[in-house]
Ligand binder design. Structure first.
Ligand code: ATP
Ligand code: MG
Ligand code: FE
Length: 350
């Protein structure tokens, strides 16, 4: 069976086609359109602009995914769409498109969780996840440690939260630090690149919530962001040059250090042997590298999707659809709406 996945929760319009196989979902082709450049001068995503951009690029993006996969619409057996979490108006565009395709082609429709999509992206590359798997989900809006027992339909406790950020998400910290350094939006890729030319030990930025009495699996990044701001202000006040590459490298080291240390600790404490790192921030070179080092040292199996599947895309939504379609029931198109605050435990909406 072939599933079309549609993603429109933030600033990327994604369409992906996957085939359901016993070895996990197989990626047949996907296409992406981004409104990132339109948001750059605002320093963050402007919801109205994102919605309009989704509307303008949706049909061409879906058509291009079909072209890349070498398929036609009659090859599709089901449609899956991001139901949440995300921007309300942006979600609605994808949902309206998915409803229209499902009705026109007379195939079932699944409303699925964007965050489960980030985790499921890995199954496109590395096959089914062992149960349980510990997922470190690091994205623009979320930073969570998740115990994943299933990506399928109506399984109780399929995804449970072990830890979360108490303030900013890791991606948000990247975007805010990039903004205060005047590097534009999104911040992740540019900081990652500049960090390669800097010294990660130049400045010792704080590692949030790593004290002996702090919650062991929770994260905090707002103090780090403030520390970077104070550091830059101090240099400017003294009329000193701002070593942007060193700041980027030192900031990135602090983020990667905390994320990987807590992930390895949680996996070890919970006796979970496999770790998957997912979400847009998982594209980061240092987080990938340090995860590899520390998981290997702790005897943990590490899985990370290739960078192109870490950031938002339609293929990951089709991948959840493929898991859900095996065991779950499709949603009635009339009942399907967007849920900006859809909890991570709801893999697919009923
Ligand atoms: P969510 O998935 O929580 O709803 P989102 O969909 O907006 O939020 P993603 O698209 O998964 O988030 O990820 C976008 C985030 O990833 C941005 O904050 C961006 O700066 C960050 N990012 C992208 N590439 C990198 C990188 N190489 N290093 C660090 N961060 C990165
Ligand atoms: Mg994005
Ligand atoms: Fe995302």
């Amino acid at each position: 069976a072939v599933i079309l996945g549609i993603e429109s929760s933030c600033d990327e319009t994604g369409a992906g086609l996957v085939r359901i196989t016993d070895g996990g979902p197989e990626l047949l082709g996907h296409e992406l359109a981004s409104s990132q450049d339109l948001h750059a001068r605002f320093g963050g995503v402007v919801p109205e602009i994102a919605s309009r951009a989704h509307l303008e690029s949706m049909t061409a993006t879906v058509r291009s995914a079909f072209d890349k996969a070498g398929l036609r619409h009659r090859d599709v057996d089901a449609v899956a769409v991001t139901s949440g979490p995300g921007l309300a108006g942006a979600l609605l565009v994808g949902i309206a498109a998915a409803k229209a395709y499902a009705a026109a082609w007379d195939v079932p429709l699944f409303g699925v969780n964007h965050l489960a999509g980030h985790v499921a992206a890995d199954t496109l590359e590395h096959g089914p996840l062992p149960s349980p798997t510990l997922a470190l989900l690091v994205s623009g809006g979320h930073t969570q440690l998740l115990k994943v027992t299933s990506l399928g339909g109506e399984v109780p406790d399929a995804i449970t939260e072990i830890g979360t950020t108490v303030d900013d998400a890791a991606g948000e910290a990247y975007d805010k630090v990039a903004r205060l350094l005047g590097l534009g939006y999104p911040g992740g890729p540019v900081i990652d690149k500049l960090a390669a030319e800097g010294d990660p030990t130049a400045i010792r930025f704080p590692r949030g919530l790593t004290g002996p009495r702090d919650a062991p699996y929770d994260f905090s990044f707002s103090g780090l962001k403030t520390a970077v701001a104070r550091h830059v202000e101090g240099l400017q006040r003294d009329g000193l040059p701002v070593p942007v590459a060193d700041i980027c490298a030192s900031f990135q080291e602090a983020v990667a250090d905390v994320l990987t240390a807590k992930t390895v600790r949680a996996a070890t404490d919970l006796g979970i042997g496999t770790v998957v790192v997912a979400g847009g921030v998982a594209a980061n070179s240092r987080i990938r590298g340090l995860s590899e080092e520390r998981c290997a040292a702790a005897g943990l199996q590490l899985r990370v999707p290739r960078p192109g599947l870490c950031t938002d895309n339609g293929a990951m939504i089709a991948a959840v659809g493929a898991h859900v379609a095996r065991s779950g029931r499709p949603v009635s198109p009339d009942a399907l709406g967007g849920d900006p605050g859809l909890p991570v435990g709801t893999v697919s909406v009923a």
